[in-house]
Design a protein around this ligand. Structure first.
Ligand code: CUA
Length: 192
């Protein structure tokens, strides 16, 4: 009769066994999550601002990499694309970012005022954009399509209205856009 459920000794033993099993499972789960965090951190260097690169937010508009004419997508000599984005209350420049498929893309973003968020829906692109720092992240888009890019760090009363678009076009379309005479002297974007 020792396994009868009303036997208090047997019930305590069952409870202890089940508790041990759950505790082991939870410890294992925590260890897996910690291992994932360490792996993604070291392997992809996905920690903003990992490559701490500073920039003066006061002079962004006047000189240097983030002047308005330099914002948008630039086709590099090696075939990769660099996208420069400026975040400020309450918009991103450019408002519509155009990038090609199957191409290494480097985003370089900074803020002119407060902390903003940079998130491209349906992708794992997610970063903070901080005044004084350049946030850099790399990705490759596999399929053409449109993605929303909402600011996801509360940045003031206009926060909920702050978002842009990312338009992914196939590589040929992008190369043709870049070759257009009017695009020789400026960066690409899908803002008309
Ligand atoms: Cu910018 Cu919220």
């Amino acid at each position: 009769m020792s396994t009868h459920p009303t036997d208090p000794h047997a019930s305590a033993e069952v409870a202890a066994r089940v508790e041990r099993r759950w505790a082991t499972l939870m410890v294992a789960l925590v260890l897996v999550l910690v291992a994932m965090t360490v792996y993604t951190g070291l392997h992809w260097a996905m920690m903003p601002p990992s490559r701490v690169e500073t920039i003066d937010p006061e002079t962004l508009h006047v000189s240097g990499e983030f002047v308005e004419t330099n914002l948008g997508s630039a086709l590099e000599p090696d075939g990769s694309v660099t996208v420069r984005v400026l975040a400020q209350q309450y918009s991103f420049t450019p408002q519509c970012i155009v990038v090609p498929t199957d191409t290494p893309i480097t985003f370089r973003a900074t803020s002119a005022d407060v902390v903003h968020g940079f998130l491209v829906t349906d992708t794992n692109l997610n970063s903070m954009v901080e005044p004084g720092y350049v946030s850099t992240f790399r990705t490759t888009f596999e399929k053409p399509g449109d993605h929303l890019m909402p600011c996801h760090e509360y940045c003031g009363t206009g926060h909920q209205g702050m978002w842009a678009h990312v338009k992914v076009v196939d590589r040929d379309t992008f190369t043709k856009m870049a070759a257009l005479p009017e695009n020789q002297s400026r960066r690409l974007s899908c803002v008309k």
